[in-house]
Design a protein. Structure first.
Lengths: 388, 311
């Protein structure tokens, strides 16, 4: 993967400082500070209405911020109209010009900047997006995926400092979407332009982006590489919006070295203190989280064979569904109802059936701790809605 | 069509064929049955009158002795040579009114479509509101507006505008009423909604994101208008100009109420021939010439504007 955010100070970074937008009494985007390193593939991820598109439109100049500044490298572009910004957008519905053919659509930006000989450039760009044959068709004669690529070509041909993508794959079916994700990633690697991608699809963000900013209610909840966000979420919203998380309400008991020992339903669970963003003082309430695929499941009879030093809880299987690659279990336990566990279908143990008493265990290193003051279900319903 | 010819190879089972046929036949007949009332209407109220009028135009005779079809095509030539100035004048006035309607109507339609916000419905109602009053009353109102001692004439006079328009031959002395200007004003006013509504419809259909996309692609607002908005609104411009020009050419009320004998349009001639002079063949011939001329002009116009190429 091509990442450049390890090297500091770039001339082409996108810097948002205190950037905010309010409509009357409604705050669409709370003042946010964000730096998108030059050449990176950056995703703004969130449910609809979280302010991600507004943020993108403020970078494009299509929306006027009520506070803060937008900088591209050293240039403050906050006051510039969109047609003077070295930024191009791929719109959600592509917004291709219906009266122009594909060639003229792609050439539009070049012509507006007074470039005379556009033929070669447009030809090359159409080759890049594999649409050389379609140059003289009208947009409505192309399929959704082809239109999408025209939209990308039309923006990219201008060599913008930043390419903004507003849910560019939202209108495509699942298979095409997967294909276009890889395609966009390939193009980004090839041209090396900074991409800022807005999406509500966590999988899309994780597949494509180097850095993901999860937005919720007009704020950035957490920012980091996808693996960091997934493995060590800082809020329940992030934990639930990116994949599935199991939460156990627990009280801080003692500290032992780099770990925190927590009490939950009579048992003890261990959490590395580096992975805890909740309270650390004894008696503090922590939501202890663990991802379903990190957990191993054994019948209660075999509990003796579980290695030492693993977090363990007991429960009863209430439901299981076979998914081919894995089997998904729902386990009821005293500390948490509906504990989700994904078990790879390597050696299937037939004792693991609904009603069976089981022990769940996992490596404490996979545990994360969150402040229990927040809603453990934040981000759950939204995911369900978007998935439809 | 390709799918029809490539449809299932040989007939499957002969026993099934008759069972499958009847519903298909009924399905085929339905569209024609649905068309029937409309076709009947067209026949009775369009085709028949046109045929009747065509036969009238080649009749000779007098009201007392009765008319007879004598295939007297000379009526056409006589009518044309006698009344060509009125034809030219009609086209000139109608064209002026159409241009004025476009100049006034485009910004108005643009405003309603893109800028009016919550005022949109109110402005639309204001555009349509004149239709609630009769055509005649509306035109008579302009008689008052343009009256010799009215404020409009007074202001135009004070600004010496009338000196210029008189010099151009649009007005006469310090009068506006009974001049070409008054007739064109009346035509413009009366047909403005026919321009605004189609323009509005085609502008409103334009996805505002196309403006954003053009802006994003380095087109300043004026370029965006020239390269995106205007080309996409061409269907509206074409239908608006047709809806204005065609009825304006044949109109006689405006010339009758706001004009003088020097501003008579072809509609006035036809009306007089039919209702006062009772020379039916000439009136019918004039109507046919007008119809043919408009049909020709419209065909050329649509070809030239190339709207069939637009979405």
């Amino acid at each position: 993967m091509k990442t450049t955010h390890d090297t500091a100070a770039h001339g082409g970074d996108v810097r948002l400082t205190g950037l905010g937008k309010t409509y009357g009494s409604f705050t669409a985007v709370h003042p946010l500070d964000l730096t998108v390193p030059e050449g990176s593939f950056f995703a703004l991820l969130g449910a609809s209405g979280c302010g991600k598109t507004t943020t993108l439109r403020m970078i494009a100049g299509l929306e006027e911020p009520t506070a803060g500044t937008v900088r591209l490298g050293d240039q403050d572009v906050t006051a510039l109209p969109p047609y003077k910004r070295p930024v191009n957008t791929v719109f959600q519905s592509y917004a291709l010009f219906p009266h122009l053919d594909i060639f003229e659509n792609v050439a539009f930006g070049l012509r507006r900047r007074g470039i005379r000989s556009v033929k070669k450039q447009v030809g090359e760009m159409l080759e890049l997006v594999q649409l050389g044959e379609q140059a003289h068709k009208k947009p409505h004669q192309l399929s959704g995926g082809q239109q999408q690529r025209v939209a990308v070509a039309r923006a990219l041909i201008n060599h913008p400092k930043v390419l903004l993508l507003d849910e560019p794959l939202g209108a495509l079916d699942l298979k095409l979407r997967r294909q276009m994700q890889l395609e966009l990633k390939r193009i980004q690697t090839e041209v090396g332009i900074t991409f800022v991608h807005v999406t509500h699809d966590q999988e899309e963000a994780m597949t494509m982006a180097d850095t993901v900013a999860v937005m919720n209610g007009g704020r950035v909840e957490q920012l980091g590489p996808p693996s960091e966000l997934y493995e060590n979420p800082r809020t329940t919203f992030v934990a639930n919006f990116l994949g599935t998380s199991n939460f156990i309400e627990a009280d801080v008991d003692t500290r032992s070295g780099d770990d925190i020992v927590l009490k939950a339903g009579g048992g003890k669970l261990v959490l590395p203190s580096a992975r805890n963003s909740g309270p650390t003082a004894a008696g503090g309430k922590v939501l202890l989280g663990v991802r379903p695929e990190k957990i191993s499941l054994v019948p209660a009879d075999d509990a003796g064979r579980i290695p030492e030093g693993r977090n363990r809880i007991t429960g009863r299987i209430s439901d299981s569904s076979y998914l081919g690659v894995s089997t998904q279990f729902v386990v009821d336990s005293p500390v948490c109802t509906a504990f989700e566990v994904y078990v790879q279908n390597i050696d299937r143990d037939h004792r693991l059936a609904p009603g069976a008493e089981v022990v769940l265990h996992w490596d404490p290193a996979h545990t994360f701790g969150l402040d229990a003051a927040q809603d453990a279900d934040a981000g759950v319903e939204t995911v369900g809605e978007e998935a439809v | 069509m390709a799918t029809v010819t490539q449809s299932p190879p040989p007939a499957p089972a002969p026993a099934q064929a008759p069972r499958a046929k009847p519903p298909r036949k009924r399905g085929r007949r339905t569209p024609y049955l649905l068309l029937l009332p409309g076709l009947l209407w067209l026949f009775v109220f369009f085709a028949l009158p046109v045929i009747y009028q065509a036969s009238t135009s080649v009749q000779t005779g007098s009201l007392e002795d009765g008319y007879e079809v004598t295939w007297h095509f000379a009526t056409y030539w006589d009518a044309l040579s006698a009344y060509w100035p009125q034809f030219v004048r009609s086209v000139l006035y109608a064209a002026s009114a159409t241009v004025l309607c476009l100049v006034l109507g485009y910004p108005l339609a643009y405003l309603i479509a893109f800028r009016a916000g919550r005022w949109r419905n109110l402005i639309m109602i204001l555009v349509i509101a004149p239709f609630f009053a009769s055509f005649l009353i509306r035109t008579l109102a302009w008689k008052t507006i343009l009256a010799d001692s009215g404020p409009v004439v007074e202001i135009l006079n004070a600004l010496h505008v009338l000196d210029v328009t008189s010099w151009l031959g649009w007005t006469a002395g310090d009068r506006v009423l009974a001049t070409p200007l008054a007739v064109v004003c009346g035509l413009t006013y009366n047909f403005l909604p026919f321009m605004v509504l189609p323009l509005y419809t085609s502008l409103e259909r334009i996805d505002p994101r196309l403006h954003e996309a053009a802006n994003d692609l380095y087109a300043r607002p004026s370029t965006t208008f020239r390269r995106v908005t205007l080309p996409l609104s061409m269907p509206g411009v074409v239908s608006g100009t047709l809806l204005t020009f065609i009825p304006a050419t044949g109109d006689y009320i405006n010339a009758d109420l706001l004009g003088s004998t020097d501003t008579r349009m072809i509609g006035n001639v036809i009306q007089t021939q039919f209702l006062r002079i009772l020379d039916y063949p000439t009136a019918a011939a004039l109507s046919f010439i007008l119809m043919a001329a408009i049909l020709f002009a419209v065909t050329v116009y649509i070809r030239k504007s190339g709207t069939e190429d637009l979405v």
